[in-house]
Design a protein around this ligand. Structure first.
Ligand code: PMP
Length: 460
């Protein structure tokens, strides 16, 4: 194919190594250049408009072009474009944001530490857990348990927590001391005749067995997304988190809730922790914290965790951790304004008001010959195609059918994202009812067209 010489597409191909992209395919096909955004829509360089059905990367909850966020950034840039929080200094928006975050956080959080991305927040959480156990005089209690299909980021440690093959293959990951327990996907993982309740019990038993095999005195923390996002939008059985927490308490293992996608209304509650009755020791947030207008993330921790860490900083002389942009004032000002808007519009209530429209709308496709499972909660959902509806056999190789679905949705004006063959939906929470209906209808069309294609190709 190739791109016109010197066109923006050709220059992108010439100079840019894209994240999460097949580089050779990109050379052949070039980029989709997105030039502008307004509300829940974005426009490409040919003038075609799309509904952004994944809120970018599960993050632009307030959509595009929000004037209040733009103003908050501009005003803060003029007042103080940059300052840091090292060595006892702090800019005012960071003070306000900290107070606000701690007031609204799930569970009983006492302190917040800032970073720039979800990966950095989870990396920081691991480091603080290690630091905490050293402070308590338990240097052997360091292992972190994550789950298969978890997504916690791509830095060396957070990619190790991530439980997806792409993120480990040829990166020499995971690092030492990270374990992965089973993924609570009932539809995929249940044994014959096993109820959801029994499946949840088995998942908790798997976790307990892993802790016992490793030795509880070596296991420091468990990390989990309330609803697994990039691993395929996996909603756990209702009782899963209660059972998991009983196991963690028994062996004195900290619980880190990764609210990077679930946080700020996505599940229909302010946090996924509220939806599933999770009482975390630490919470990480990013993405919707600033509606993605600027990079900012945070790790919150219970006061007890903070107290041990604080004692250790006194002993060592300082907390030897912090980024140049930990608590960037412009990001903090934008995050603060974002949280004010969430309060004013009652974002969680809005998500739960819209949720039946999305969830029931998509569940109409459960009987579609291509569809194995439709799942989701609040304003996050997924449709998983299967090669054989009766046996639930996935397509082999995975990803081609998902790519077809994704492309066809895009052709009909909706940008979504295929995770392998699973199509994920996670629109901005400022979306209108009719736009939710449009997403649902477009997915229906894409399923019909892809089913035709699957049959022509002899894939099912
Ligand atoms: N945790 C979760 C649950 C995520 O979904 C993501 C990103 N998709 C991350 C962590 C990593 O965030 P980032 O890409 O900002 O590093």
């Amino acid at each position: 194919m190739g791109q016109r010489p010197n066109s923006p597409a050709a220059r992108d191909v010439a100079y840019h190594l894209h994240p999460y992209t097949n580089a050779r395919k990109h050379e052949a096909e070039g980029p989709l250049i997105i030039e502008s955004g307004d509300g829940v829509t974005v426009t490409d360089d040919s003038g075609k408009r799309y509904i952004e059905g994944l809120a970018g990367l599960w993050c632009t909850s307030l959509g595009f072009g929000n004037e209040r966020l733009i103003r908050a950034a501009e005003q803060q840039m003029r007042r103080l474009a940059y300052y840091h929080s090292f060595a006892h200094k702090v800019p005012p928006p960071v003070i306000e944001l900290s107070e606000k975050l701690i007031a609204m956080a799930p569970g009983n959080m006492g302190k917040v530490f800032y970073a720039n991305s979800g990966s950095e927040a989870n990396d920081t959480a691991i480091k603080l857990v290690w630091y905490y156990n050293n402070a308590l005089g338990r240097p052997g209690k360091k292992k972190i348990i994550s789950r298969q299909r978890a997504y916690h980021g791509v830095t060396i440690a957070s990619a190790s927590l991530t439980g997806l093959p792409y993120n480990h293959a040829d990166f020499d990951l995971p690092i030492e001391g990270i374990r992965h327990t089973s993924c609570p996907h009932y539809w995929r993982g249940a044994q014959d005749g096993e109820s959801e309740e029994d499946f949840a019990t088995r998942m908790a038993a798997d976790l307990e067995q892993l802790i016992l095999d490793e030795g509880p005195e070596t296991v420091a923390a468990f990390i989990g997304e309330p609803v697994m996002g990039a691993g395929g939008v996996i909603t756990p059985p209702r009782t899963y988190w209660r059972k998991v927490q009983e196991v963690l308490k028994k062996y004195d293992v900290l619980l880190i809730a990764d609210e990077v996608i679930c946080g700020f209304g996505r599940t229909g509650d302010m946090f996924g922790c509220e939806t599933y009755g999770i009482e975390p020791d630490m919470v990480t947030v990013a993405k919707a914290l600033s509606s993605a207008y600027l990079p900012i993330s945070a790790v919150m921790m219970r006061d007890e965790v903070y107290q041990a860490i604080a004692d250790n900083t006194k002993k060592i002389g300082t907390l030897g951790h912090g980024f140049t942009y930990s608590g960037h004032p412009v990001s903090a000002a934008v995050a603060l304004e974002t949280l004010k808007i969430y309060d004013e519009m009652d974002i969680a209530a809005r998500a739960s008001e819209l949720a039946p429209r999305l969830q029931n709308g998509l569940r109409r496709y459960a009987d579609h010959p291509l569809v194995g499972e439709v799942r989701g909660i609040g304003m996050i959902a997924a449709v998983e195609p299967v090669a054989n509806k009766a046996t639930r056999a996935p397509f082999d190789p995975a990803g081609k059918v998902g790519a077809q679905l994704d492309q066809r949705c895009r052709a009909h004006g909706v940008i979504l994202r295929n995770l392998g063959d699973t199509l994920a939906v996670c629109p901005p929470l400022v979306i209108e009812e009719e736009q939710v209906d449009t997403i649902v209808e477009v997915i229906g069309k894409a399923l019909d067209e892809t089913w035709e294609w699957v049959r022509q190709e002899g894939l099912a």
